[in-house]
Each structure stands twice: as C-alpha cells, then as structure tokens.
Design a protein around this ligand. Structure first.
Ligand code: GLN
Length: 460
C-alpha cells in the first residue's frame, strides 16, 4: 500500500479516500460515520516528513474502522441504537498500534448490530450493498469494511470475526480477509460479542498488506489476558511443497455448484504444482454450527447485560420507574437478532437446561478441537469454501434466522477451535459475484498462511 513520503503527501492520500467514501456512500452505505477531520491528522504527518522526522510503517495510510472498535474519534456504536451517543474514553489496543505507525482512520464502517449476523442487514442504520451488485448483501457482520476495501476507498480496514465476520464478507466482495489465531491480537477496546471466539483481524486488497498489519498488531496486552506473546513476527514461513487437506463432507449438495467447481479447479491446479492433496474425514464438524449457536449466545447474554441505559449510550424516555427504564431501553435499543440471541443464551444457561445444552456443547467443542489436531498431523493447511453460497439477495434470508445461520456452517468451526483462517479471492460466478476460498492452518501458523495465500491466488 502507498505510504506518505516526500513524493506523495498524507493529505493527498487521505483526501482521495475521503472523496471516494463520500462518492460511494449514498449507493453502497459503507460507513456509519465519515471523519472529514481526518485530513488534519494527515497534515501532522506531512509536517513530520517535511521536518525530516521518522514516520511509521503506515504513515498517512487511510483506513476504515469497523464500528465496534472503541476510539476517541466519533461515537463507537457497533451499528446499534443502544450505543448511540457513546463517546468512548478509551481507544482499542489495535487502533492505538495502527495509529502509532501513522495510519489514519477516515470513517467507521457499517456492520450487523453487535456483530450478530452474516449480511449487515441487522444494522440499525440499514444494509451495506455488495460491491459488485447493489441488489445483494455485502456479507457480514463486517460488511462495511469489506466493501470499503473492495471499492478501493481504503487499502485496508479492520474487522472482527466471531464466527466468520471477516472471512465471509471478504469472500462476498473479492478481497483478502484474515481471522488470526485466537489471542494473536488484543480484544481490548472492542465491543464484546462472544469472548471465547472473538478475534480482531483485517481486510486488504493484497496479502502482503495483511502480513504488515499482523506484524504491527499482534502481541501480548496487559489489558487482554487472553493475548498470546507475540509469535507472529518471530514465525518462520513454511517453505516448499505443502500437504493440503480437503474435507469430504464440504463437497456436497448443500454447497453451491460454482463454489464446488472453483474449489475443485484450485485443488487440481495445486496438485499440478506438486502439492499433495489429503482427503480428511472430520465427522465432528457437523456439530459445529449447533455448538456455535449455543456457546456464542450464552456469551452474548453475559456481554450484553451491561447495556441498561444507565451507564452509557441510549436511554428510552418512555420509562416511569427503574425496571421500566431497563425494559424500554433494551427493547428499543437492541435489534431483533440481538434479542433473539439474548433469549437463546439465557435459555441454554438456565438451570435445568444448562447440562442438556451448554455443557454438552462445551464437550462437543472439545471434540472439534481434537479433530482439527488430528487433521493437522496429516496436512499443513485445510482448504474449504468460506460459505455454502455466494452473496445472496438483500431481504432473501433476513426473516429466516435458521437459513441465515446455515450460511456460517463452514466458518464457525475455526472460531470454536481458535484457529487462523484466511479468505483468498478465487474468482467470480457467471453473474459476476465474487467467490473466495478459505485457507485454515494450525494455531500460530498465521504467517505461513498469509504467505501461502499469494501462491494460492496465483495458481490459476
Ligand atoms: N455470522 C456469525 C453470527 O452471526 C458470525 C458473526 C461474527 O463473526 N461476528 O454469529
């Protein structure tokens, strides 16, 4: 990506991004908020360059921030009414690290409220449109970030991935998207969805840019005790021919024919380049979706209980007493999908149902983790579709939660196991909709994964 220097000013880079952001906003609805004051930050970088001072590795690079990252710029609303008016007193660790290197945030991107969804239709502010077809969804929950990169507004954008929210919109819009190993990047200052699967990651047009962003942002943080000591910058890239695992069950009728054909072609091409293909049987994966939609709502219930209209954000004015205030605020402030998950979460955690649902799901999660461990003793990476279908029509699934959840069947297993996953653009459907493939690796293999992504894209 282009950084500011004596030849290219930060002001020109940021101005160009802001112009594009405004130009596309009405049609695509990429941003919840565009920060025109970003240009002032660009001026400061240019002044540093003029004085001959050292500037960071992302000097003057404009980027888009998913709306669930807290920062002092604008309101951090996670595209939900209940957070409207929230001026955060803290800045997320990832944002601090990016900005310490000179990156400049030009706007907050639209998302499914609280990151609950697979299409960005659950945003309080309305849906973001797909970058190739205005009738179709952007994917989600980080739809705005994916489209910001796909339309060339910014070279990179942040995202969060709890069950596919980076990989699926990346696939729907033809860009790279990485969900790192769980704990690679601090979650401090990110609006929590499900703490045991939430990951901070990125979208970019080039895989090399993901490498730089990981190098900058990975590492331990005293404010997030689940962070791992920085393994990224010290990782050695795996060289030579690879053993690529493919999962038998993921090549079935539930998967769109064009996606299956794309996967098969890639596999043949990889084989022709001397890579070995290993067929994997992973029977526990069929439980992953059910496990995810028990564990994640349970954690959501707990994380969303703090939004009560007392401490911050929106407060309903219909209340006559305290209980009323909680009720109206939460009723008006959450989207229907948020409420559905709060109810499922309370149900699976309630006494009488805890053993039957939550505990069982936790055990099945362990089976899934073990199955991946066995798989990675036989192969280096696993290659799968990202989702069973390409970008669908706006409105097609939003009133059918089960159909929407089924879209996540191939992305959620990794989150349950804490593994890194990467979307690599892999072509288009006959009607011009982007298709991506998902590359999965063992824990801490992020650097090798990013490195292999380039090779994967290029075998065509
Ligand atoms: N689509 C998944 C869900 O709705 C994943 C969301 C996410 O990764 N934030 O739970």
């Amino acid at each position: 990506m282009k950084t500011a220097s004596k030849e290219i000013s930060a002001v020109s880079l940021v101005q160009e991004a802001l112009d594009k952001a405004h130009q596309y906003q009405d049609e695509y609805f990429v941003f919840d908020w565009i920060d025109d004051a970003a240009i002032e930050k660009a001026r400061l970088i240019d002044e540093k360059i003029a004085r001959g001072e050292q500037v960071g590795r992302l000097a003057g690079v404009p980027y888009a921030l998913k709306d669930n990252f807290l920062s002092k710029d604008g309101e951090s609303r996670a595209s939900a009414l209940i957070l409207e008016g929230l001026k955060s007193p803290v800045t997320a660790t990832a944002v601090k690290k990016l900005e310490a290197e000179g990156a400049i945030m030009i706007g907050r991107t639209n998302m499914d409220a609280f990151a609950h969804g697979s299409s960005t239709e659950n945003s309080y502010y309305g849906p973001t449109k797909n970058s190739k077809d205005l009738q179709r969804v952007a994917g989600g929950s980080s739809g705005g970030s994916a489209v910001a990169v796909a339309l060339g507004i910014v070279p990179f954008a942040t995202g969060t991935d709890t069950g596919g929210s980076i990989r699926q919109p990346a696939s729907f819009n033809g860009v790279y998207g990485i969900k790192p190993t769980y704990g690679a990047i601090s979650r401090y200052g990110v609006v929590a969805m499900a703490s045991s699967t939430d990951c901070v990651g990125f979208f970019a047009g080039e895989s090399e840019d993901l490498d730089l962003l990981m190098d900058i942002c990975a590492g331990q943080d005293v404010n997030d005790l689940t962070t791992l000591p920085d393994f990224y910058s010290a990782s050695k890239v795996k060289e030579g021919k690879k053993r690529i695992g493919i999962i038998k069950d993921f090549d079935s009728d539930v998967v769109d024919a064009e996606i299956r054909a794309t996967l098969r072609t890639k596999i043949e091409l990889l084989q022709s380049k001397g890579h070995e293909i290993v067929e994997l049987e992973m029977p526990a994966l069929k439980y992953a979706l059910a496990v995810y939609y028990i564990i994640v709502p349970a954690e959501i219930t707990s994380n969303l209980s703090r939004h009560d209209g007392i401490r911050y954000g929106y407060r309903s004015d219909k209340s006559r007493n305290l209980n009323d205030l909680y009720e109206h605020t939460r009723d008006e402030g959450f989207m229907p999908e948020n409420k559905r998950r709060i109810m499922i979460g309370n149900f699976v955690l309630s006494s009488g149902f805890y053993d039957a649902y939550y505990l069982k799901a936790a055990k099945a999660r362990t089976l899934i983790i073990q199955e991946y461990e066995q798989a990675f003793s036989k192969c280096d990476y696993i290659l799968t579709p990202v989702s069973p279908n390409p970008a669908f029509k706006i409105g097609e699934k939003v009133n059918d939660p089960i159909a929407m959840y089924l879209e996540d069947v191939m992305s959620v297993p990794l989150n349950l196991a804490g593994l890194p996953g990467l979307t690599v653009p892999a072509g288009k459907t006959k009607t011009g909709i982007d298709l991506g493939l998902q590359l999965v690796g063992p824990r801490r293999s992020d650097k090798s994964l990013i490195n292999f992504a380039k090779e994967l894209k290029e075998v065509a």
